[in-house]
Design a protein around this ligand. Structure first.
Ligand code: P1T
Length: 381
């Protein structure tokens, strides 16, 4: 049955459990499955390879992103790691330069030593990308909106370049979620999520996801998922499925609250700049409008004078916005990227992309907007 997105979050790829008709997927807390004779089983042999609860989740992931295949991993990093394992020594990857610090660390500290070469480039002007492609280029990797600068990258344009040059394109869709943006529909080959964030939505599960359309690519990724084994357990898969059921209503409220806070901050006398793709003067606002349904609940800002001590005081004074790593839960969080999420990127590199010492990142939750604004008002002083 063809479903609209708000139905897919609840029913996409789901069926009532064949054993007893359970409406919610049972948590199949088992590592293994009885065989009547060697190979005589009901489709499941061992839970690293397959588990019915995880399979239900993987079908939900695929449905949300309008893809044919979904894969669940024990973290977002494990999902990205699996993508990079498709490559061989000598291969090259072109990556957007404003990426989550852990992604940068995986690329530079883990994979460079296996002979994979990374080019970190500014993709805000998408015409920059093609000149970095050569015979060794196998993958273009990008985050949009990016973490933490909320840069917007033109997925359609880069997907066209990738296709023309026979290069894969992977999009980290964590900040947007499939409610706002569906990269496979825009021409991407691989969509990745830190499902830890908005998909789970309640800050209680660490998980990653990959979604693809191509059968050969899916087979290759399943091979690595099973071979390396960074898979989530059935309890976490259940929690993720439960979180996904409210994704559409949560993101709507995240967007409303995000907009109200972006507008409040941009008019505040102590704020120098607010990074949020919904502003008409955001460099790629028009692209954001064309590839996203709304602008999300993430934003970053710097205070006048770019003073580190002042920024630290603000995050210490915030009460409803908890100072913490991560994002995308129902509760509001604040973060200081330079010392927290992006500390693994050298100062010189991160400052090139705008991650200066006074940058504060907000993950705007779905609390009452008046209370959130009041909290910011008292913290900014
Ligand atoms: O934390 P994990 O589930 O392994 O996902 C890593 C990851 C990948 N991509 C993006 C865009 C991310 O934001 C993250 C994780 N980010 C944080 C923990 C953070 O606070 O930014």
């Amino acid at each position: 049955m063809i479903m609209k997105f708000n139905t897919k979050t609840i029913h996409g790829g789901q069926e009532h459990d064949p054993a007893y008709g359970a409406v919610m997927p049972p948590i199949y807390q088992t590592t293994t499955y009885a065989q009547s004779t060697p190979g005589g089983h009901k489709g499941y042999e061992y839970s690293r390879t397959h588990n019915p609860t995880r399979n239900a989740l993987e079908k939900s992931f695929a449905s949300l992103e309008n893809g044919n295949f979904g894969l669940a991993f024990s973290s977002g990093m494990a999902a990205i790691d699996t993508v990079i394992k498709l490559l061989n020594p000598g291969d090259e990857i072109i990556s957007s330069n404003d990426v989550y610090g852990g992604t940068y660390r995986l690329f530079t500290k883990v994979y460079e030593k296996y002979g994979i070469k990374f080019h970190f480039i500014d993709m805000e002007d998408a015409t920059n990308v093609e000149s970095y492609i050569n015979d060794n280029t196998k993958l273009i990797w990008l985050e949009t909106p990016s973490n933490p600068m909320l840069n917007i990258i033109d997925i359609r344009y880069i997907a066209d370049i990738a296709k023309k040059n026979n290069v894969l394109i992977g999009v980290d869709n964590t900040f947007a979620t499939p409610y706002l943006q569906q990269p496979l529909n825009l021409g991407a080959d691989i969509v990745m999520h830190s499902a830890t964030k908005y998909l789970g939505g309640h800050s209680d599960v660490v998980m990653g996801a990959l979604i693809v359309n191509d059968t050969e690519l899916a087979k290759n990724l399943y091979f690595h998922q099973n071979s390396s084994g960074a898979v989530p357990g059935p309890q976490d898969s259940f929690l993720m499925l439960r979180g996904i059921k409210t994704l559409h209503v949560r993101i709507q409220r995240h967007c409303e609250n995000g907009k109200a806070i972006a507008e409040y901050l941009t008019n505040h006398s102590k704020i120098e700049k607010v990074y949020w793709p919904g502003f008409s003067d955001h460099p790629n606002h028009e692209i954001a409008k064309s590839q996203m349904k709304d602008f999300g609940g993430m934003l970053s800002f710097v205070t006048k004078g770019n003073n580190l001590e002042e920024a630290i005081k603000i995050v210490e004074r915030l009460k409803l916005f908890t100072l913490a790593e991560s994002l995308g839960g129902v509760e509001s969080l604040s973060g200081h990227p330079a010392s927290m999420t992006h500390a693994s990127i050298p100062k010189e590199e991160r400052e090139k992309t705008g991650v200066v010492d006074s940058l504060i990142r907000l993950s705007v939750g779905i609390e009452d907007i008046d209370d959130l604004l009041e909290d910011l008002k008292q913290a900014l002083g």
